[in-house]
Design a protein around this ligand. Structure first.
Ligand SMILES: [Zn+2]
Length: 329
């Protein structure tokens, strides 16, 4: 992508895995081919994505060794973009709903701590225009490519950059990672969404065999209407994040309480500082282990930090007890 905005370090790391375990063509179990790293600036943070890429190992399959990216990756950012889809939606909303100029949009993004050059704002604005104008039916080559693929898996996301802004709905095809349609809608009733879904596959004869979305009610209705009987999977990350909400909060509280009981590391470290003997090294090792456990934040939504701290402290305690017993023997 054009422009030379200097990269700031990532503030969050996320691991993404392919949502599907079976090859879309032959049904054989996918293996994880390799892991691919990407850094993306979103409205919330700078996110380092570690993406596991699946692939089919069946030499007879038409999708043999073709990369299978997680659908979630495209929800964060389109392929080859350094900026999140939410930044793109924000820029579009600022321009067409708030009638902001490019320099104003640039300032608004900086105010939200998104590091971006003015040139990149202009570049993304052009990409936004292209996306929203996109219509698959007007490109016979695209239709032919999608049909040759034999089947489509759709992912549908609604992005609302700010309260009061229109929602940008983006329909992607997961196997090819292409955007099929993007529309900015004031109302997200199921009738409007059905229209966007129909538009996304207009002229394409290859069947839609699966759909991924975040499960918003009107969207579920629209999907059932346009694609009756097609399996619809609620995006795991958002599903778990919502489901984990309350549990995550109590875990955070538990962690705070647990941390209060693990104090006094610093005086211990100070007491053995500069000593080279074995007991001193042991004490230092345990202090490092406890420090490591205390700074482990866990990872939303499946690895709560409090539980993880508890597990790590228990392992350290067990190790200490074993050491004490040995010494006793
Ligand atoms: Zn296969």
């Amino acid at each position: 992508m054009g422009g030379k905005t200097r990269r700031a370090p990532a503030t969050e790391e996320r691991r993404l895995y392919p949502e599907r375990h079976q090859c879309a063509a032959c049904g054989q179990r996918l293996s994880i081919g390799y892991t691919h790293g990407r850094q993306v600036a979103t409205l919330e943070n700078r996110c380092r994505l570690k993406i596991s890429i699946g692939r089919c190992e069946n030499p007879a399959c038409e999708r043999y060794h073709r990369a299978v990216h997680p659908a979630e990756e495209g929800r964060v950012a389109l392929p080859h973009y350094e900026y999140g889809l939410d930044v793109l939606a924000f820029i579009g909303a600022q321009c067409y709903q708030d009638h902001a100029s490019a320099p104003q949009i640039h300032r608004a993004l900086q105010a939200r701590a998104v590091q971006i050059s003015r040139r990149n704002v202009q570049y993304l604005l052009e990409r936004y225009d292209e996306l929203v104008a996109l219509s698959v039916r007007q490109s016979p080559e695209r239709v032919a490519r999608l049909n040759a693929q034999g089947r489509l898996i759709l992912a549908i996301d609604g992005l609302q950059p700010d309260v009061g802004h229109e929602m940008l709905w983006v329909v992607r095809e997961v196997l090819s990672q292409q955007v099929l349609a993007a529309r900015s809608l004031l109302s997200s009733r199921h009738q409007e969404l059905s229209e966007v879904l129909r538009e996304a596959i207009a002229g394409v004869s290859a069947p839609v065999v699966g759909i991924v979305s975040d499960g918003q009610r009107s969207l579920v209705q629209a999907i059932a209407e346009v694609f009756p009987g097609v399996p619809h999977q609620i995006c795991q990350y958002h599903y778990f994040k919502q489901a984990a909400g309350a549990a995550w909060e109590s875990d955070r509280h538990a962690k705070k309480e647990l941390k209060k009981r693990v104090r006094g590391i610093r005086p211990l470290e100070r007491a053995v500082a500069g000593r080279e003997d074995e007991p001193a090294q042991l004490v230092e090792g345990y202090c490092t282990a406890v420090r490591g456990a205390l700074t482990d934040e866990g990872q939303a939504p499946l690895e709560p930090g409090g539980l993880r701290l508890h597990e790590r402290l228990e392992a350290i305690d067990a190790s200490l007890q074993r050491a004490a017993q040995k010494r006793g023997a």
